[in-house]
Design a protein around this ligand. Structure first.
Ligand code: ADP
Ligand code: MG
Length: 249
């Protein structure tokens, strides 16, 4: 579903490299966790994958198609297939929109169906993320952090993407809410079969839902493998360091 090959990227004309020679794959229906310290380049990689940032080297393919080659219609179709969930759901929702309006927006922008079928789809999405139908009439300020992130997830799923990139989606949530949102993501992946690149700085969080884990340090993937292997038999000293920092594991 997602193939990242030898990708490097940086910012500014000077071209300081932030991520270097990253190779990573996410199969259909697979959740791959990307973990690493703050500032190591995780969000930069997420932006490259979603086409928001151009890599200086390497290729990103989604469903076999090179993201860099896309223009016009094909680029719009790609944007539909790859959706993102961000750390702060508060910032990803407009204060003026009701939840129903926020969920209708992507359908309207991509001209999916008519008013009636969109309304039906919005009800379906609310149910999918386990939100009460009444929540649909509320605005951002009337929602808890967990509810806001559920709305953001529902909106990301509205167009049935094949790949979901979640960049620290539970970092801003209370610990008690985190597990619920992680369970929801697992559940949704089982039901909808999208591939997921799940990013966090906390190995314990990633281990809760990832099939495989990639460990990033200073812009490079230093280790990757099945979750059980990485968490019980880490090869790289940096992974061991991350593990020792999560006493619950
Ligand atoms: N828009 C930007 N312009 C310049 N430097 C940036 C920009 N975004 C991130 N960086 C730098 O790139 C590095 C990696 O950042 P980021 O990808 O956000 O890491 P992470 O998500 O792992 O915390 C950091 O040193 C950060 O300061
Ligand atoms: Mg980040």
């Amino acid at each position: 579903m997602l193939e990242i090959e030898g990708v490097s990227a940086g910012y500014g004309r000077a071209g300081t490299t932030v991520i270097e020679d990253v190779t990573l794959r996410v199969a259909a229906g697979e959740i791959v966790g990307l973990v690493g310290e703050s500032g190591c380049g995780k969000s930069t990689l997420a932006r490259v994958v979603t086409g928001l940032h151009r890599p200086s080297a390497g290729t990103v393919r989604v469903a076999g198609v090179d993201v860099r080659a896309l223009r016009g219609k094909a680029l719009r179709a790609h944007r539909r297939q790859v959706q993102m969930v961000f750390q702060d759901p508060y910032l990803s929702l407009s204060p003026r929109q009701t939840v129903r309006q926020a969920l209708t927006e992507p359908l309207a922008i991509h001209r999916v169906g008519d008013a009636r079928s969109r309304a039906a789809r919005v009800s379906e999405l609310l149910e999918l993320v386990e939100l009460d139908p009444q929540v649909g009439a509320r605005r951002r300020g009337q929602l808890s952090g967990g509810q806001q992130q559920r709305v953001a997830i529902a909106r990301a799923l509205a167009l049935e993407p094949r790949l979901l990139v979640c960049d620290e989606p539970v970092t801003a949530l209370d610990v008690s809410v985190q597990a619920k949102v992680l369970n929801l993501l697992c559940d949704l992946r089982d039901r909808l079969d999208f591939g997921c690149l799940f990013i966090a700085h906390d190995l314990a969080v990633v281990a809760q839902l990832a099939d495989r884990i990639a460990v990033m340090s200073r812009g490079r993937i230093v280790e990757q493998g099945p979750t059980a292997d990485v968490t019980t038999d880490p090869r790289h000293p940096y992974t061991r360091l991350l593990l020792s920092a999560t006493p619950t594991m």
